[in-house]
Write a protein that binds this ligand. Structure first.
Ligand code: NAD
Length: 337
């Protein structure tokens, strides 16, 4: 073997190890709703793989976790094909990454002080609600982005989600995308009840929400306090496209769909950082958990111009808070390659 070959073998091996380690964590998190490592550790490995693949594009395989969204839908549920894929978000952790994102966007749009809609990044799970002629007809999880689980009956137990839109002339089809989550207080109440009944406790509100929503028995879901915040659009038929992300969310409010008040239209990098700093300060006092904020180019026409990369839109980025969790135990990270 030449030295170069050895080098590439070991890089390929490194990539394969990272992939299988990430896959193992994906199954625990997305399929079993029971993560075995903190998000910060998962994110670190994910970035490591992304960087390796960026430096050595020949190492990218189509089924790499960097090329795909989320996990697999559970086979016990009926499968729902998404009419429009449900994607993930690119993310950044530092001011520099946000500045680079803003620069990329302004360069591509040929303009400065781009208008963004800044929102919270809710730590729950993504669902698609399908309304036909104003009636809620189907709800699905994101799954692997292409198809998810049919959780219509469970979603109907979430009291704040309207079964009928408050519009006398609703669109023929409206798919509302948003996050199902559990408020901190409800999470603590649930875990107290779990302890009293000698049942397994949930690791965090996100996993409690996911576990509650993906119950085969809707009566169990009905006993859990789940909430919903809308943040995006899937299929739309029989109504013009709103002109901006902020107009879309205003429309949802009019239709009786819950939207979080903590959102703002801001301009340029300064505007983004202003929103981030304000939210970071009040993070602890919010009744629900967030793991960052999301910036989206506000104009839908500009969003369409910017388009998508494989697993995420190019017009948006999640600006995550620095990790709070630490590894408290030595984890077994042996992987089978
Ligand atoms: P993500 O959670 O980083 O971002 C995409 C998701 O953000 C969307 O699907 C949506 O559900 C959500 N979201 C919340 N607020 C939003 C808003 N205002 N607008 C748009 N979307 C919003 O990406 P992901 O692909 O779902 O998951 C990756 C993350 O999950 C990782 O960064 C990691 O923290 C965590 N994870 C952890 C483990 C683990 O083992 N601990 C395993 C897998 C994933």
């Amino acid at each position: 073997l030449f030295a170069g070959d050895q080098n590439s073998v070991s890089l390929a091996e490194q990539a394969a190890r990272l992939r299988s380690e990430i896959e193992r964590y994906n199954i625990a998190y997305y399929v079993l709703d029971a993560p075995i490592v903190p998000d910060s550790e998962y994110d670190r490995l994910f970035r490591q793989l992304q960087e390796l693949e960026k430096a050595h594009p020949e190492l990218v395989v189509p089924d790499s976790p960097t090329q795909r969204v989320g996990g697999l839908p559970l086979a016990q549920f009926e499968k729902v094909e998404h009419k429009i894929p449900m994607l993930s978000l690119q993310n950044g952790l530092s001011e520099e990454e946000v500045a680079a994102f803003d620069k990329r966007i302004s360069d591509e749009l040929d303009g400065e002080n781009v208008e963004y809609e800044a929102e919270l990044k809710f730590d729950g799970l993504a669902v698609n609600l399908r309304y036909e002629n104003g009636l809620l007809v189907q709800a699905a999880t994101r799954g692997d982005g292409t198809s998810g689980e049919n959780i219509t009956n469970n979603i109907k137990t979430v009291r704040t989600i309207p079964l009928r839109l408050s519009d006398l002339a609703p669109p023929e089809v409206l798919e509302v995308r948003g996050e199902v989550l559990m408020f901190k207080k409800d999470f603590h109440d649930l875990n107290r009840r779990q302890r009293e009944n000698e049942q397994k406790e949930f690791v965090n509100p996100r996993n409690a929400a996911a576990g509650s929503l993906r119950q085969l028995d809707s009566q169990i879901t009905a006993t859990r306090q789940l909430r919903f915040f809308a943040y995006g659009l899937g299929e739309l038929k029989g109504s013009p496209l709103p002109r901006s992300q902020s107009a879309l969310l205003d429309w949802f409010v009019q239709l009786g769909i819950p939207v979080c008040d903590e959102r703002k239209v801001v301009k340029g990098f300064k505007g983004l950082m202003g929103f981030f700093n304000r939210i970071e300060e009040k993070r602890e006092s919010l009744p629900y958990e967030i793991d960052g904020v999301v910036y989206k180019v506000n104009s839908i026409a500009e969003q369409q111009k910017l388009g998508f990369i494989s697993r995420a839109p190019r017009f948006a980025i999640a600006h995550k808070f620095p990790a709070q969790e630490v590894l408290t135990e030595v984890l077994d990270i042996d992987v089978q390659v």
